[in-house]
Design a protein around this ligand. Structure first.
Ligand SMILES: [Zn+2]
Length: 317
């Protein structure tokens, strides 16, 4: 049987968990669906990654209201992907939408194409997509680092290098030692590398390690509740990137085409990573981007709804 395109065959509802990380920090995880972070300040709340639609943001708001009556005034976008940012309009009290310069540039350059493409890839994650009023635009943009004091809570917002995208942003609570990594780190979920920088990502992960987080909320998968678990998630992500690059590089050096490199790399990675969620969805996009990068294409090419389908047909045929 042909493999359903991307996550079109993945329609089962996931179990959500709203987890307390510290007195002022929570996360909402959902068995490998995109995670959301919550930081509660003295007067206002920050939500990290908004979910895919305003309708789906209502779940986050409901959980937040279960622990505080302070308004959600800040939204932080860890990167530009539509499943993370298109729920922004659902937060009626939000005044400040924060993103890195790299993320802003990606929204300007390819935000609409990415939205169209992601809706097609993940129908379940875009419940009530008609409630999205348009692209989400940050109104507070930083280059490398921004510190925000939510009353007595210090929130460090940083771009520590390229990886999952060119604009990846982390949020770090230095007192609580809680890290929100966005998709730079995944746990039990396949890293999506369609917009990735394979050369820089491992170095960025080394910098992330340097924070010595005691709690880490990955982009997808369970929250890591101690330092050893955080390190395991970082190492697992780094291993995946290294194994993929090694296989793709060997194929390219041998003069093989994308289709052959895909088949070999899929075969090599399936035993170790095949049980991670969205493995079959991600691999074609990941290997296509890795093939481009090791062939000398510096920046990821724009995925469109049409290019997605064409690539899938070529590789999964
Ligand atoms: Zn992403």
């Amino acid at each position: 049987m042909a493999k359903a395109f991307a996550s079109q065959g993945d329609l089962g509802e996931k179990q959500e968990k709203f987890i307390k990380l510290a007195d002022n920090a929570y996360c909402l995880t959902a068995e490998g669906d995109p995670n959301t972070g919550v930081i509660i300040g003295d007067d206002a709340v920050m939500v990290i990654d908004t979910r895919a639609t305003p309708a789906m943001a209502e779940d986050v708001i409901r959980h937040v209201q279960g622990v505080t009556d302070k308004p959600i005034k800040y939204l932080l976008l860890t990167h530009y992907h539509a499943v993370r940012v298109m729920g922004a309009a659902g937060y009626k009290d939000a005044e400040t939408i924060i993103a890195s310069q790299g993320t802003l540039e990606l929204i300007q350059e390819r935000g609409q194409q990415d939205f169209d493409s992601e809706v097609q890839r993940f129908p379940r994650l875009f419940r009530s997509v008609e409630t999205v009023p348009g692209l989400t635009w940050p109104n507070l943009v930083f280059d490398r680092s921004l510190t925000l004091w939510l009353g007595k809570t210090e929130v460090q917002i940083k771009h520590i290098g390229k990886g999952h995208s060119k604009g990846d942003t982390i949020a770090w609570l230095p007192r609580e030692k809680v890290m929100f990594s966005g998709d730079l780190v995944e746990e039990g979920a396949t890293p999506y590398c369609g917009d990735a920088y394979f050369t820089e990502w491992p170095d960025t992960l080394d910098r992330l390690r340097g924070f010595k987080a005691e709690k880490l909320v990955p982009g997808r998968g369970d929250a890591m509740m101690d330092a050893a678990a955080a390190e395991r998630a970082i190492a697992g992500t780094a291993d995946f990137l290294r194994d993929m690059r090694r296989s793709v590089e060997a194929g390219v050096k041998a003069g093989k085409g994308l289709k052959a490199v895909f088949a070999e790399t899929h075969r090599a990675m399936q035993p170790k990573y095949g049980q991670w969620v969205i493995f079959e969805h991600c691999l074609p996009f990941d290997i296509a981007r890795c093939f481009d990068e090791v062939s000398g294409i510096r920046d990821p090419r724009i995925w469109t709804a049409e290019r997605d389908i064409e690539m899938w047909k070529t590789l999964q045929a």
